[in-house]
Each structure stands twice: as structure tokens, then as C-alpha cells.
Design a protein around this ligand. Structure first.
Ligand code: SAM
Length: 264
């Protein structure tokens, strides 16, 4: 039973976010230009979106994926059978790695959730060898760059002013150029920062709406707290904004960040 629930959670994540995360992961790796044959760690690896991209594109020698969630690590273990990959359930702030044991440390859509971000960046830095490469990407929340979520909270905020505080735009205000630069410098890193612009395309309004009701997220918790009339009102407000009878295309824009450690 537990296994079924785990699988359902992971599949719901894939539908809600993983499918938009993958195109960003591909573009991020092209931008990162990591050396081939390197030892990698992917922090907050989830269902394995960035793991899949690394295995497909970056020819790692070895890849350790670390995530706190049992459900996601189980799902990822069933998803991959690549001898270069090891998946461990663990805390990103205490990586199961010796200091200076990796060439590349990366993270997708996770760094912003750790407060302060510099704590996670320092831990990623700890495990890198001299000359190692640290890289990550986060949605450009403050300017509405994760349009799928932003539309939800804009509609919710139009009905209930209290919802605004729950929005990623509000909670992750540090996900802009200045905030990311500051966090990196606080962790002793000199970052290069870029933007990756992609689009999320939902075939119709129902395909946009359904994942909000299924995948564990702040939006789902908000919906679960509404009564049926409140849910219907929010759905109607969103449909008014987005449902024009065809596919719904929204921005899916991420900041990408990288820093090379000094040699020795
Ligand atoms: C938004 S998901 C990103 C997953 C994946 N990297 C992607 O791009 O789709 C964030 C992940 O961080 C994990 N996470 C949250 N807190 C963590 C912690 N303290 N240590 C390790 N992983 C954590 C969650 O379980 C989740 O899988």
C-alpha cells in the first residue's frame, strides 16, 4: 500500500512539475558545460529529472543523487538501472560525502527552498574538489516566470488577499539576480548567472487544472483548505483568465547559476 502511495505521489509530481523541469534541465546542462568523466552529486534529486538529463547528456563517471523523500527516491530507484548512478535518501545539508570528493555538484529547483540558501551552497561547496563546478537552477518566481503557479496564485489572490503570502512569488522573492548573487557570494562563490526561457503547454484548461488537485504542493494544500464552493470559485476565476478553448501556454523561466571553485 505504502509503495502505491509513493508511486502515486511521484507520478503526480512528474505531471505537475517534472515535465516542465526536464527541458530546463537539458538547457542548464548545455549552459553548464561540465567536463565528461566527472564525479557528480545531484542534490534534492526528487524523481530524477536532472539525473536523467545528466546520464543522457553529460557522460558522468559517477553520479550520486540525494533526496530527503522516501517516495521520490523509491520512484527514482525503479526508474533507472544505470551502474554509474547511486540514489540515497538523505539530507541535503549533510551530504553523505567526504569533503572534496566530487567534481560537479548540481541541484534543480531546490536551492531556493533552503533558508538561507547559502547554507546549502556551502554544503555543496564542501564536497567539491579544487577547481570543481557548482551549478543550480531555480524558477524565476519574482517576475512570474513560473507562469503555471503564478496564474494560480494571482487568481487566488483576487478572491482572498491572504493567499498572496502563500505564493512562490512572495515566498521566494530572493530568486532574482541580486538575491542569487548575494547567496552565492555569502557561500564564498563567484557566480555566473543566466536565464533559461521555456514554455509550459497544457493541452486545455482541464489539463492545466487537474495536477493542482493531485500533486503535493502549497497550491494543493490551499485548495484542500477550501470548501467546494471556494474551490469552484477559484477554478472559475482561473478559467476566466486562461481558458480560451485551446492549449494554454505559460512561461517556464529559470535562473541558472554556476561557479567554479579556485584551483587548490
Ligand atoms: C521541487 S523538487 C525538485 C526535484 C528535481 N530536482 C527536479 O528538478 O524536478 C525539490 C526536491 O527537494 C527534496 N528535498 C526537500 N528538502 C530536502 C532536504 N532537506 N534534503 C534533500 N532533499 C530535500 C524534495 O523531496 C524534492 O524532491
Amino acid at each position: 500500500m505504502e509503495q502505491t502511495v509513493s508511486r502515486r505521489d511521484a507520478e503526480a509530481y512528474e505531471l505537475f512539475m517534472g515535465r516542465w523541469s526536464r527541458p530546463v534541465a537539458d538547457r542548464f546542462l548545455d549552459w553548464l558545460r561540465a567536463p565528461t568523466g566527472a564525479d557528480w552529486v545531484d542534490v534534492g534529486s526528487g524523481t530524477g529529472v536532472l539525473v536523467a538529463a545528466i546520464l543522457d547528456r553529460s557522460a558522468p563517471r559517477d553520479l550520486l543523487a540525494v533526496d530527503a523523500s522516501d517516495a521520490f527516491t523509491d520512484y527514482a530507484r525503479h526508474r533507472f538501472s544505470d551502474p554509474r548512478l547511486r540514489i540515497e535518501q538523505g539530507d541535503a545539508l549533510q551530504l553523505p560525502l567526504a569533503p572534496q570528493s566530487r567534481d560537479v555538484a548540481v541541484s534543480g529547483l531546490f536551492v531556493n527552498t533552503v533558508t538561507p540558501m547559502q547554507n546549502l551552497l556551502s554544503e555543496m561547496r564542501r564536497v567539491l574538489r579544487p577547481g570543481g563546478l557548482l551549478g543550480f537552477y531555480v524558477w524565476d518566481y519574482p517576475s512570474g516566470g513560473m507562469g503555471m503557479l503564478d496564474a494560480f496564485w494571482q487568481a487566488a489572490g483576487g478572491i482572498d488577499a491572504g493567499a498572496v503570502e502563500l505564493s512562490e512569488r512572495h515566498r521566494f522573492a530572493e530568486c532574482d539576480f541580486a538575491g542569487l548573487d548575494r547567496a552565492c557570494r555569502a557561500a564564498g562563490l563567484e557566480p555566473a548567472i543566466g536565464l533559461i526561457d521555456t514554455v509550459s503547454e497544457h493541452e486545455d484548461f482541464e489539463a492545466y487544472w487537474r495536477p493542482f488537485t493531485q500533486a503535493e504542493s502549497p497550491a494543493k494544500r490551499y485548495l484542500d483548505g477550501l470548501d467546494p464552493a471556494g474551490r469552484a470559485e477559484l477554478r472559475g476565476a482561473l478559467a476566466q483568465r486562461l481558458d480560451h478553448g485551446g492549449p494554454i501556454r505559460l512561461p517556464a523561466r529559470a535562473w541558472c547559476v554556476k561557479a567554479v571553485l579556485p584551483q587548490g
